[in-house]
Design a protein around this ligand. Structure first.
Ligand code: DXP
Length: 257
């Protein structure tokens, strides 16, 4: 089980709810993924063009926990206001804090992120900050009151997969007891397996499922890949070696006659 702010979940896949071809496909993808947490933007375009009440009713109908997000926010005041609206709308103190700082890469503005995390944590929010693999930013976010960190592995929507494996590995080593959820840039089930093999606790993804030819089938593939990566991490992976080592040890010479 994974514990996030005192809530236990068994699925380690958190699913985004944007850009699906239709609400029905979103609902089926969520079901097949086995997710227990979906993230919802208050500002972004929603599935099948649905907005407002109808979309939020659909989300409530999924029967899973909602993690509202501040996608599209570029300033502390905008993010704090959006978080407060989300708390009222969904009746949850959870907030995925996204504070975009760069237009091309959608890289988070780490300085504003820390400030917004401090304000929201002091106001009783349980903050899931979308960050990079920067260790100092991670420390500041924890000091600001966050109990979970969500580093990217590549820019949002790129499906590029882990771009800085050493950075992710360092993050895991630096924060061994903090739940770390890789958020953004995962494109393939094998990317999800790779980050779970590094010891990450969970994966949040959207584009790779919503944009797939068959989103529900892809959601299921991701769920299985995450389980495989987690199992492999726990089973103890061998470090890679430079030199060959015979997998069948030979003692003396074979006798064939
Ligand atoms: C839905 C959401 O919260 C995204 O901002 C998130 O970061 C997922 O990124 P991908 O779409 O790259 O999976």
């Amino acid at each position: 089980m994974l514990e996030l702010y005192g809530t236990q979940v068994s699925s380690r896949l958190l699913l985004g709810t944007a850009r699906y071809p239709s609400p029905a496909i979103l609902a089926e993808a969520a079901r097949r993924s086995g997710t227990e947490i979906v993230t919802v933007s208050l500002r972004r375009e929603t599935a099948g063009g649905r907005t407002g009440g109808a979309f939020f009713e659909l989300i409530r109908g999924l029967g899973v926990r909602v993690l509202p997000n501040t996608a599209g926010c570029h300033s502390v005041s905008e993010a704090v206001l959006t978080a407060k609206m989300a708390r009222d709308l969904f009746g949850t103190s959870w907030i995925k804090l996204e504070l975009i700082g760069h237009h091309d890469t959608l890289q988070p503005d780490l300085f504003q992120l820390v400030e917004a995390a401090r304000i929201l944590s002091a106001d009783g929010f349980e903050v899931f900050p979308y960050t990079t693999d920067d260790l100092v930013a991670g420390e500041r976010l924890l000091a600001a009151g966050c109990k979970v960190l969500m580093p990217w592995c590549a820019p949002i929507g790129t499906a590029a997969g882990p771009q800085n494996v050493s950075g992710l590995r360092a993050m895991r080593a630096e924060f061994p007891d903090i739940p770390l959820i890789v958020d953004a840039g995962i494109g393939r089930p094998s990317h999800a397996t790779a980050v779970m093999e590094l010891g990450f606790d969970a994966v949040l993804l959207n584009t790779a499922v919503a944009g797939a030819g068959d989103p529900p089938a892809m959601a299921e593939a991701f769920a299985e890949a995450i389980i495989a990566g987690r199992k492999a991490h726990r089973a103890g992976l061998l470090p890679p070696r430079d030199m060959a080592v015979p997998s069948t040890p030979v003692i003396g010479k074979g006798v064939f006659a």
